[in-house]
Design a protein around this ligand. Sequence first.
Ligand SMILES: Nc1ncnc2c1ncn2[C@@H]1O[C@H](COP(=O)(O)OP(=O)(O)OP(=O)(O)O)[C@@H](O)[C@H]1O
Ligand SMILES: [Mg+2]
Length: 363
Amino acid sequence: MRVVELQLRNYRNYAACALAPCKGVTVLLGDNGQGKTNLLEAVYLTCTGRSHRTRQDRELVRWGAEAADVQIRAERRDGSHEVEIQLPLAGRRRILIAGQEVSRSGELMGHVTGVLFSPEDLRTVKDGPAERRRFVDMALAQLRPAYYYAMQRYNRALRQRNELLRAAAVNPSLLATLDSWDEQLAASGAELMRQRRAYVARLSRAAGETHRDIAGGREVLSVAYRPNVDADGDDARACMEALFAAREGDVRRMTTSVGPHRDDVALLVDGRDVRAFGSQGQQRTAALSMRLAELGVMREELGEWPVLMLDDVMSELDPGRRCRLLERLEGIQTLVTCTDPDDLAGAQPGAVYRVSGAEIHPL
Ligand SMILES: Nc1ncnc2c1ncn2[C@@H]1O[C@H](COP(=O)(O)OP(=O)(O)OP(=O)(O)O)[C@@H](O)[C@H]1O
Ligand SMILES: [Mg+2]
């Protein structure tokens, strides 16, 4: 897959801007705060419907403007794909595919596919389970709209079950309807568990391979699914039983304490939790390996490379790791940001742009 053109209007610090990335590596070079990450964020938004930095659409709208607009065109093996996202300050966002508005946000998935590595990714390694769930959820949602819809069903059922638990504190007779919410949670939850388990197994294989390569063969990285509800075989039944067993406590605490919304994914270097035992550099490399593994699994699944975006990655790696990373980019359309041209020593970019004050100029 290849991004042919990106157009922004009133997006972040850009009043208007167009970028036509080249086939290979496109470098976005510029000082801090000029708008490099904003460009990657906009591309990522068209892939996933989300910014990697905020959940608030209004933050994406240029200060003083009424609405932001992102348009992108990508060439895939099956033809040209056009996506447009309109983000008004007032009212709901609109998504257009090939100029036609779509009603379900899940319809966005699969048109432009991309993987973004950013400094925030270190949180996947360092922070709590929510960050790792998000990693897996977003990766799977891009691959399979069905996963995205299962996630929506699960989250809706979870919200409603929690509302019910709160309302039941005042009116206990409401608890009679709890069974039906448990069933819905268990059904969609089992779907999430099944797909997460399979995906994490593939991710682990790919991450092991990537990490060995980038770390120069010194470390073995693996990824393991740690479901909140332990099941061998029937996930839905295991969820039902766990919900039932937790019910008394859930009613007391007015929240749902078990289920895939509490899943975790462990990252292990040489069998040990990177979060607890990894050095700073090992954690960084593990985070990068995870993204490259995501990229590899997408390639396997989709039969073509997604666009790869690397934000501020070069300055963080030692020269050996940087060099081995660049070697892997052969044949993959890549957008790389950096502040110092020296960071690119050894790379052969197809195009270099200077990003300055929300303007982009070829160098
Ligand atoms: N909604 C907005 N409207 C206008 N400007 C914004 C908005 N949101 C962020 N900005 C501006 O965008 C700039 C940040 O852009 P960006 O994060 O892309 O910088 P960068 O080039 O990646 O810098 P760094 O090298 O520090 O990572 C900041 O100057 C910020 O003030
Ligand atoms: Mg940046």
